[in-house]
Write a protein that binds this ligand. Structure first.
Ligand code: TRP
Ligand code: ZN
Length: 880
C-alpha cells in the first residue's frame, strides 16, 4: 500500500483510540532486502472509547506504509480475507470480540529505505527512526502516541552483526540452529511506538557507570564504528553531568539498569530519545579536540542532555497526540537550555538561543508556515518539528518559570510528573499542574499556546521630576497570521530595571529591589514607579523575558551607555545589537538611495571600548562584536533587499576592521595562549574572541593578518582554531592559496566524516568563495552523498541558508538550483527536501524582482510531478 494522499488533520477531531495494545512482541529476522517482522499484539477494547450500549465493535485500524503483508492470524487462526481490508496508509480489520491477540507477519526492505524513517541501513548498520510516524513503516500498528504498550523485541541476524540492541534490558541471547545470533530485549515501561528502537551492526562501545541518587548503578554504553571509538568521551561526560543535573534540579532519577547511545551517520535530525536506546546523528555525539570545534562540543553537551531529559519529559510522561508535540519538546528544550546555562556561561547561552529565535523563529512566525505552539491542524507532522514548537515552546515554559518563580515552578513540575507518570497527556495538563501546585491562575497566559505570530510591544516613558515619578506605558499587538486574523492580548512578563546617570541601578520599591517583572496583560498598560529622583534610563525585557519584539526609541548614546553599565549581561549585548541594527538599517537606506555610506562611528566607538575592556567575559565581547547576520537583518526589515543587506554589512565590517586594527591585533595576541585543548567555558570564550579578532584582521586582506591565519592553521592544535583560520583564509585570502590549503586539509582529513562535513560547509557558506559553480563542484566530489542528510545540509543547506550573498545572486540561479535539489531529494528523503525548501517559502518578503524569481522556482517544484506529503504541504502553503 502507498502512503495516503496529503490530508489535513485537525486537533478538534481528536478521539481516544478504539483499542489498546497491552503487549507488543516483535521478532526481526534481518536482511537488507527481505527483513521479516513478526508482531504479536495483545489487543483490548479501550474502556474510555467504548460507548455505554456496547453494541457492535468498531473496526480496528492499523497504520502501515510500504509494507508487504504476509499473514494475519487472530488468536492462533489465520484470518480470512473478508476480515480485513488493505487501504492507503494501513489496514482495517473487522473485530468480533473485545479482547484478542493478533499475529502479523510483514516483509520490509531496509536497504531500499532512503527516507531514513522506519528501519534502514546506514553504512551497513541497521537502525530505526520511528518518531513521529515511522513505526508504521516497520509493521502494521496503531501508530499513535496515546497507544502505550510494553514491548519485547527479538532480533535475529547473521554473525557479522554482533551487536543487536533494542529498548530496555537484555533478557536472553543465543544462536539459532543455522548459526545466526539471537537477542531478546524487554522494556518494562509502557511506551508509544514512536519510542521503539532497534540497532544491529558491527559496533564497538565505551562503557561507564552512573550511581543514581538512591544508589542504583546504571550501565552507560556508547556505541559507534571502530574508527570513531576515540570520539566518545565528551558525550559520556556530558551524559553523566546531565543525569546528575536532572536529579538535583528536577528530582528525576533514571529508571532502567542500562542507558545506551548509538552514533549513526545517516540521520534526518540531531538525535532521538528512544527509551533506553538513544540514537544520535554522529555529528551530534562524536568529538575529539582535533576534529570537532567548540561549537560542536557545546552542541553535543546540550543534545546529549536534551535526549536524556526526554526520559521524563517525553517518555515517562508522553504526548496524547502530535498537536501536543511542544509538551515534550518545548519543556525539554527549556530543560536543556538551563542545563547548558548552568554548565557554561548563562548570558552567552541565552544570547545564542535568542539569536536563533529572532533570526529563524520570528521569520517562521511571519511566513506562510506560521503556526501556534500547539497547532490546530497539519498535513504532515514531520513538518512541525519547527523552531516554533521547540524554541518558542521553550520560551513559553521559561515565561511560566518567570511568572511563578523557581520554587513554584519546581512544585508544578513535581506535580506534573507525579500526576501523569505513564500517561499520554496535553499541553493543557502541563499548565493545569503548574496552576494546581501553586494556586496560580494562568488563564490568560494559555493564549500563548493557541495564538501564532510574534507580539510587538511599543514602550513610551515619562518622568515627572516634581513628583519623583517615572512611568512606563507598554502597548502590545500581534500581527495577523495565516488563519488567525484577530489576536487577543497576551499575558507577557516584561523584566526591567532602571539605570541612573552614574550607571547604577535605581531602587524600584520599598523592598529595595533593583529589578522587577511587569505583567502586561492589557492591550495598553502604564506602570508607575515612585521616589525616582532622576530621569532614569530603562533596561527593558531583561534576559529576553518574553519572545516579543520590543520597541523603544533609544538614542545611540543611550545604547552605548547600556552597553557599558547595564547590570543585565544579556541586555548589554542587546543594546549593542540595537546599535548595530540601527546603523545597518541606515546604511541599507543609503545604499538604496545611491548615497555614499556613512562611517559607522557609533559602532566603532562602542567596539573600541569593548576591545579594551579586559574585565568583561571574552565570550560576551565576542558576541557583541559579531554584527547581526544577514538572515537576521532580513527578518528585521519590512522588505528584504538582499543586495542592500550584503552591502551594508560588508561596509560596516570593513570600516570596523580598518578603524580598530591595532586593537584587534593586540587582543588577538593577548588571547593566543597555547595550551592543551579543553572544552571549558573559559577556554571556549578565549578562542571565540581570539577568532573573532582574527576574522576582522583578515577582512582587511592585509598580508600580515593573513600570515597570522596561516600560522594558526599550520600549528594545527585543535579544530576550533584550525577551521577558524581556514575559514578566514578562504574568505579573505588569495583564491589560489585557498584552493591549495583546502586541498591539503581534505587530504589530511578525508577519512573523518565529521571533518569532511566541516570542510564542505565552510566552502558552501563562504560569501566570496561559495559560488554556485563551487557548490556544483562540491556536489560532484566523491565524498558527497545525496543520500546522507549531513552532506546535503553542509553543501546545499550551507549555500541556501548560510550564504546570503551567493544564494541571492541577482540572476536567480541560486533559487533555480535549490528548486532542482529539492525536486531530486523529494524522491529520496521527503523530510530533508521539505526542510531545504524553507528559504523559498519566504518569497513574499523580498523585493518584487527576487519575489518573482523565487515564486517561479516554487511553482516549478509544485508542477514537477507527484510530491511527498511533506513537500506538498510546504509548497502549497507558500504559494497560497
Ligand atoms: N524527538 C527528537 C528530538 O527532539 C526529534 C527527532 C529526531 C525527529 N528524529 C526525528 C523528529 C525524525 C522527526 C523525524 O530530540
Ligand atoms: Zn526533543
Amino acid at each position: 500500500m502507498k502512503d495516503a494522499k496529503p490530508q489535513t488533520v485537525y486537533l478538534n477531531d481528536y478521539q481516544a483510540p478504539e483499542y489498546l495494545v497491552d503487549r507488543t512482541e516483535l521478532t526481526f529476522d534481518l536482511d537488507p532486502q527481505s527483513t521479516l517482522v513478526k508482531s504479536h499484539l495483545k489487543i483490548r477494547r479501550n474502556p474510555v472509547a467504548a460507548d455505554s450500549g456496547g453494541r457492535s465493535l468498531p473496526p480496528l485500524w492499523l497504520d502501515g506504509v510500504d509494507l508487504e503483508l504476509l499473514s494475519i492470524a487472530e488468536d492462533g487462526e489465520l484470518l480470512p480475507a473478508q476480515r480485513y481490508q488493505e487501504e492507503p496508509g494501513g489496514l482495517s480489520l473487522t473485530v468480533t470480540k473485545p479482547e484478542f491477540e493478533l499475529e502479523i507477519q510483514t516483509r520490509i526492505a531496509p536497504e531500499s529505505n532512503t527516507s531514513l524513517e522506519g528501519l534502514y541501513l546506514s553504512n551497513g548498520m541497521y537502525c530505526t527512526q520511528c518518531e513521529a510516524e515511522g513505526f508504521r513503516k516497520i509493521t502494521f500498528y496503531p501508530d499513535r502516541p496515546d497507544v502505550m504498550s510494553v514491548f519485547t523485541t527479538t532480533i535475529v541476524a547473521p554473525a557479522k552483526y554482533p551487536v543487536l540492541l533494542s529498548n530496555g534490558n537484555k533478557v536472553d541471547s543465543g544462536t539459532t540452529d543455522d548459526g545466526r545470533l539471537r537477542v531478546t530485549w524487554e522494556d518494562p515501561f509502557a511506551k508509544p511506538s514512536y519510542l521503539f528502537a532497534l540497532v544491529a551492526g558491527d559496533l564497538q562501545y565505551v562503557e561507564d557507570s552512573f550511581t543514581t541518587s538512591t544508589g542504583r548503578a546504571v550501565t552507560l554504553q556508547l556505541f559507534t564504528e571502530a574508527r570513531n571509538i576515540g570520539k566518545c568521551e565528551h558525550a559520556m561526560v556530558s551524559l553523566k553531568h546531565a543525569m546528575r543535573w536532572d536529579e538535583v534540579v528536577y528530582g528525576r532519577e533514571y529508571d532502567l539498569d542500562i542507558f545506551m547511545i548509538v552514533a549513526v551517520d545517516h540521520f534526518n535530525m540531531g538525535a532521538m530519545e528512544n527509551k533506553g536506546l538513544n540514537i544520535f546523528n554522529s555529528a551530534c555525539v562524536l568529538a575529539s579536540p582535533e576534529t570537532a570545534t567548540d561549537a560542536a562540543f557545546q552542541r553535543i553537551e546540550s543534545i546529549v542532555a536534551h535526549e536524556y531529559f526526554h526520559n521524563w519529559s517525553g517518555n515517562r510522561v508522553t504526548c496524547r497526540d502530535w498537536f501536543q508535540l511542544s509538551l515534550k519538546e518545548g519543556f525539554t528544550v527549556f530543560r536543556d537550555a538551563e542545563f547548558s546555562a548552568d554548565m557554561n556561561s548563562r548570558a552567552v547561552k541565552r544570547i545564542e538561543d535568542v539569536t536563533l529565535l529572532r533570526t529563524a523563529q520570528f521569520a517562521e512566525d511571519a511566513g506562510p508556515m506560521s503556526h501556534p505552539v500547539r497547532p490546530d491542524s497539519y498535513m504532515e507532522i514531520s513538518n512541525f518539528y519547527t523552531l516554533t514548537i521547540y524554541e518558542k515552546g521553550a520560551e513559553i515554559v521559561r515565561m511560566i518559570h518567570t511568572i511563578l518563580g523557581a520554587d513554584a515552578f519546581r512544585r508544578g513540575s513535581d506535580l506534573y510528573f507525579q500526576r501523569h507518570d505513564g500517561c499520554a497527556v496535553t499541553c493543557e495538563d502541563f499548565v493545569v499542574a503548574m496552576e494546581d501546585a501553586n494556586g496560580a491562575d494562568l488563564k490568560q497566559f494559555r493564549r500563548w499556546y493557541s495564538q501564532a505570530g510574534t507580539p510587538i510591544i511599543e514602550v513610551e516613558d515619562e518622568y515627572d521630576a516634581e513628583r519623583a515619578q517615572y512611568s512606563l506605558t507598554l502597548r502590545q499587538r500581534t500581527p495577523a497570521t495565516p488563519g488567525q486574523e484577530e489576536k487577543l492580548p497576551l499575558h507577557i512578563p516584561v523584566a526591567i530595571g532602571l539605570l541612573g546617570a552614574d550607571g547604577k541601578a535605581l531602587v524600584l520599591d520599598k523592598f529595595g529591589s533593583t529589578d522587577t517583572v511587569l505583567h502586561l496583560t492589557e492591550e495598553s498598560q502604564t506602570f508607575t514607579f515612585q521616589d525616582i529622583d532622576e530621569r532614569p534610563l530603562p533596561s527593558l525585557l531583561r534576559g529576553f523575558s518574553a519572545p516579543v519584539k520590543l520597541r523603544y526609541g533609544y538614542t545611540g548614546e543611550q545604547l552605548q551607555f547600556l552597553m557599558q553599565h547595564d547590570a543585565d549581561a544579556f541586555n548589554r549585548w542587546d543594546a549593542c545589537q540595537r546599535l548595530a541594527l540601527n546603523t545597518l538599517s541606515s546604511l541599507q537606506g543609503q545604499y538604496r538611495a545611491g548615497e555614499t555610506l556613512d562611517t559607522p562611528s557609533a559602532l566603532i566607538d562602542g567596539f573600541s571600548v569593548l576591545l579594551q575592556n579586559s574585565e568583561l567575559d571574552p565570550a560576551l565581547v565576542a558576541k557583541m562584536l559579531a554584527l547581526p547576520s544577514a538572515q537576521e537583518l532580513a527578518e528585521q526589515g519590512d522588505e528584504i533587499d538582499a543586495a542592500a543587506i550584503v552591502a551594508a554589512r560588508d561596509f560596516a565590517r570593513q570600516s570596523i576592521a580598518v578603524a580598530l586594527k591595532p586593537l584587534f591585533l593586540a587582543r588577538y595576541q593577548a588571547l593566543d595562549q597555547r595550551k592543551p585543548y579543553r572544552p571549558t567555558a573559559d577556554d571556549i570564550a578565549r578562542r571565540g574572541l581570539k577568532n573573532t579578532c582574527l576574522a576582522y584582521l583578515c577582512m582587511t586582506q592585509d598580508q600580515d593578518a593573513l600570515a597570522l591565519a596561516r600560522t594558526q592553521f599550520e600549528r594545527d592544535e585543535n579544530m576550533t582554531d584550525v577551521s577558524a583560520a581556514l575559514a578566514a583564509m578562504v574568505e579573505y585570502g588569495p583564491k589560489d592559496a585557498a584552493e591549495q590549503t583546502l586541498e591539503s586539509f581534505y587530504r589530511q582529513w578525508q577519512q573523518d566524516t565529521q571533518v569532511v562535513e566541516t570542510w564542505f560547509g565552510l566552502q558552501s557558506s563562504s560569501a566570496g568563495f561559495g559560488t554556485l559553480d563551487r557548490v556544483r563542484e562540491l556536489m560532484a566530489h566523491p565524498a558527497f552523498e545525496m543520500k546522507n542528510p549531513n552532506k546535503v545540509r553542509a553543501v546545499v543547506g550551507g549555500f541556501a541558508m548560510r550564504n546570503f550573498n551567493q544564494f541571492h545572486h541577482e540572476d536567480g540561479s541560486g533559487y533555480e538550483f535549490l528548486a532542482d535539489q529539492v525536486i531530486a531529494l523529494d524522491k529520496l528523503n521527503p523530510q530533508i527536501a521539505s526542510r531545504l525548501v524553507t528559504p523559498l517559502t519566504r518569497w513574499k518578503k523580498y523585493r518584487k524582482h527576487e519575489a518573482g524569481q523565487i515564486h517561479s522556482a516554487l511553482k516549478r517544484i509544485s508542477d514537477s510531478g507527484e510530491l511527498s506529503a511533506d513537500l506538498y504541504e510546504m509548497v502549497s502553503k507558500s504559494l497560497a
